[in-house]
Design a protein around this ligand. Structure first.
Ligand SMILES: C[S@@+](CC[C@H](N)C(=O)[O-])C[C@H]1O[C@@H](n2cnc3c(N)ncnc32)[C@H](O)[C@@H]1O
Length: 219
């Protein structure tokens, strides 16, 4: 079902407030983004790096947060042709612009705002779908975000989720959404037959899965 624009605006306002409060509390730390620590955050990026080659690619990082993925790429000596980040939170973007003055950062919710440049090789969404919405159905949101991301990528969309096949060692949280991996895979296959779904890596600290939608078959 299409997401009502007023409902999306209300949800965005809540998310902006949440992350801005955390930025004031934690500053440039992974905890600002709701991650427990940088190790787990970087492990997530490592999983993506094993599936997709980011070197020399034009990358759009949707929901870039503090642009920590940019820092991760540099640490790994991966040099993208272009790195651009977008987010709905102007304060996080201000931090990114100071940190990476040579890269492009812009304020946008890809569901409603036009993306001026629609030709990225790889589009990433790390942690962007985790929040549980009261205003609309999370699966509707995930479907629409992924579909839009796929329209602007020439090669691959990388997106991660908390899985409904939970790690019972970690207490369940009511403000996040746990996605059914079968439902996610079934949806992804409506966009492309070339799909990677990794549901095998260690919990970070909750169990997650990573989906990559490829425009072309892998070699
Ligand atoms: C959990 S944080 C992850 C940040 C970063 N991707 C990382 O892995 O460190 C989620 C980010 O997504 C952003 N976000 C949430 N919904 C969004 C949307 N519809 N469009 C763009 N950004 C969004 C939030 O403002 C926040 O910065």
């Amino acid at each position: 079902m299409k997401i009502d624009s007023l409902a999306l605006k209300i949800a965005d306002e809540k998310l902006i407030e949440r992350y801005s409060n955390r930025l004031r509390k934690f500053g440039g730390d992974a905890r600002t983004l709701g991650w427990d620590n940088q190790n787990n955050q970087y492990s997530r990026f490592e999983i993506a790096m094993k599936i997709v080659d980011f070197n020399g690619r034009k990358i759009l990082d949707i929901g870039c947060g503090l642009a920590d993925f940019r820092a991760f790429l540099k640490l790994k000596d991966i040099v993208p042709a272009v790195y651009a980040g977008c987010d709905i939170n102007p304060e996080l973007l201000g931090y990114c612009k100071n940190r990476w003055p040579m890269d492009n950062f812009y304020l946008a919710n890809i569901l409603v705002d036009d993306i001026s440049d629609t030709s990225y090789d790889i589009v990433t969404l790390f942690g962007v779908l985790n929040f549980r919405f009261k205003e609309f159905d999370n699966m509707d949101f995930a479907r629409q975000m992924i579909s839009k991301a796929f329209t602007i990528c020439r090669e691959s969309v990388v997106v991660d989720f908390l899985t409904a096949v939970k790690d019972l060692k970690y207490p369940e949280e009511d403000f996040v959404y746990y996605y059914d991996p079968c439902e996610i895979l079934k949806f992804a296959l409506t966009l492309t037959p070339h799909v990677t779904l990794r549901h095998d890596y260690q919990s970070l600290p909750q169990r997650e899965m990573m989906l990559v939608l490829h425009r072309h078959p892998s070699s």
